[in-house]
Design a protein around this ligand. Structure first.
Ligand code: AMP
Ligand code: MG
Length: 491
């Protein structure tokens, strides 16, 4: 068999969509990790990939048969400022494969050297951010949240210069596609309607084939992207995920989480939480994410205006109608998810207030987000479980004041408590990538070339909903609730 059964559809789009560019070879490639399970899913041979030819391909040192490496053009709003040209400045799309489920997947090298879109950047990635993206994206996948995946991490043997000199690495990223809101913005900014149409047709065929059958396919595309993002952001909130840099170039139209730069998970619950050091105004705070997703979708809708109807008034009306679908879709996903987190089925009157009251008490009492919901699973079995939840609140009576109403509501469900608890354990993870552990893992790898913690975390986070008592320490919250934790863009 050929090593990668490539079938490259994006490279067949017009030349102005990308720049053809080979990755730049590195001096001493070494495989840190291959995701063998994902390789299987993609129909690739893990033994070949982890052998010399595979490593050369994953490092960008040899062009595998059928690869047609391209750096994609895109634009984007960064912290609200429009930048008409960004593009893959340190990544190339090697090509696409059709996976075992018949889904087309991009195989991209990130950190593979400069491209025409590099601006002043070196086109490279440091080891720490590569390991972070590998670990967190795989953890998100295990949590059941749509995300890009990590196929491999390669150490380059070359230094990269940031504030300090750091070891370099290349990540092989797999995505349903790397098409972003910013990809549409790139052509809209150039008033290139022909390209917009070709891009929209490509996205419909690839990600939203049902839209092709609709009376207005481009309106159906917009509605589908709106729905996918509403669901995605709800799922982020439900596990305490803070993306950190929701620029429009970091929003994939396929609805996958993409670009794990300054991302982090909540420890104590506070909707104002911001981790990214460059997000000074809190634009991308945990609790702002639903608003920002809609803001980004509005930018997406603007790019589609020339395609939505024949005249502008009608186009704007169609765009507004589609965007109006966001709030109900988000609310249904979020409130439905919160209900499941506290052991309830369909949302009834009073449920949003009940769960809102819990969240308010958690915020006032610096309760750890993940631990609280996991401990609640035990409390659903009976009041013997209350102690473990109470202990997480600065003032434990704040929990007691809520639990009585919760128990009354649970009783109305009429479900067996053990079943309720089991259902809750399937939606309230015991294990998330804890920021302090991710940092310790990166420090071990970067400072001591020790990948043991990386491997252990990958093992634990592959089964986030299982108790795994042998790994109990990885479920623990950091000292002091993680307040003051900072992330950096990692470029
Ligand atoms: P990001 O912050 O990773 O979403 O990247 C924003 C933009 O900067 C994208 O166009 C990236 O390709 C580009 N970029 C980030 N880091 C580098 C780098 N080291 N070299 C070249 N371009 C980069
Ligand atoms: Mg990006």
């Amino acid at each position: 068999m050929t090593a990668f059964p490539f079938d490259n559809s994006y490279a067949r789009l017009p030349e102005r969509f990308y720049a053809r560019r080979q990755p730049t070879p590195v001096t001493a490639p070494r495989l840190i990790r291959l995701n063998r399970g994902l390789a299987d899913e993609l129909g690739l041979d893990p033994d070949w990939l982890s052998g010399p030819e595979g490593i050369a391909a994953l490092a960008g040192n040899a062009n595998p048969v059928g690869a047609d490496p391209i750096a994609a053009a895109y634009a984007g709003h960064q912290f609200g400022q429009f930048v008409p040209q960004l593009g893959d400045g340190r990544a190339v799309l090697l090509g696409e494969v059709i996976d075992r489920h018949g889904i087309r997947r991009d195989i991209q090298l990130k950190g593979s050297g400069p491209t025409p879109f590099s601006r002043r950047g070196d086109g490279r990635a440091a080891l720490g951010p590569v390991l972070r993206e590998y670990l967190v994206s795989e953890a998100m996948a295990a949590l059941g949240i749509p995300t890009t995946r990590a196929l491999a991490a390669i150490a380059t043997g070359e230094p990269v210069i940031r504030e300090t000199v750091l070891p370099g690495a290349v990540l092989t990223r797999v995505a349903a596609s790397h098409i972003r809101v910013g990809t549409f913005q790139f052509f809209a900014a150039r008033e290139d309607v022909e390209a917009l149409r070709a891009l929209a047709d490509h996205v419909v065929a690839r990600h939203y084939p049902a839209a092709a059958q609709a009376e207005h396919p481009y309106r159906a595309l917009l509605e589908a992207v709106v729905a996918a993002q509403a669901e995605l952001v709800a799922r982020w909130l439900l596990v305490g995920f803070v993306h950190g840099v929701m620029n429009t170039d970091n929003m994939a139209v396929a609805g996958e989480t993409i670009d794990y730069g300054p991302c982090a998970f909540l420890d104590v619950y506070d909707p104002r939480t911001v981790y990214s050091s460059i997000d000074r105004t809190g634009r991308y705070a945990y609790g702002q994410q639903p608003r920002i997703a809609l803001w980004n979708l509005t930018r997406f809708a603007e790019t589609l205006l020339p395609l939505l109807a024949d005249d502008e008034t009608q186009s704007v009306a169609a765009a507004e109608a589609a965007l109006a679908g966001y709030a109900p879709r988000f609310e249904a996903a979020y409130q439905g998810g919160l209900n499941r987190k506290i052991g309830l089925g369909a949302v009834r009157e009073g449920d949003p207030a009940l769960v809102g009251d819990l969240l308010k008490r958690m915020a006032e009492n610096q309760a750890d987000f993940t631990l609280t919901f996991r401990a609640l699973c035990g409390a659903a079995e009976g009041p013997e479980g209350d102690g473990a939840v109470r202990d997480l609140f600065v003032d434990p009576t704040a929990y007691d004041g809520w639990a009585a109403g919760w128990r009354a509501r649970l009783a109305a469900e009429g479900q067996d408590p053990a079943e309720t608890a089991a259902g809750m354990r399937n939606v309230n993870p015991a294990f998330i990538p804890r920021n302090h552990q991710v940092e310790a893992m990166i420090a071990a790898a970067v400072e001591h070339d020790d990948f043991g913690p990386f491997e252990t975390l990958l093992t634990v986070l592959a089964r986030p909903y299982a108790d795994q008592p042998e790994y109990a320490r990885y479920a623990q919250a950091p000292e002091g609730g993680g307040v003051g934790y900072r992330t950096f863009c990692g470029t």
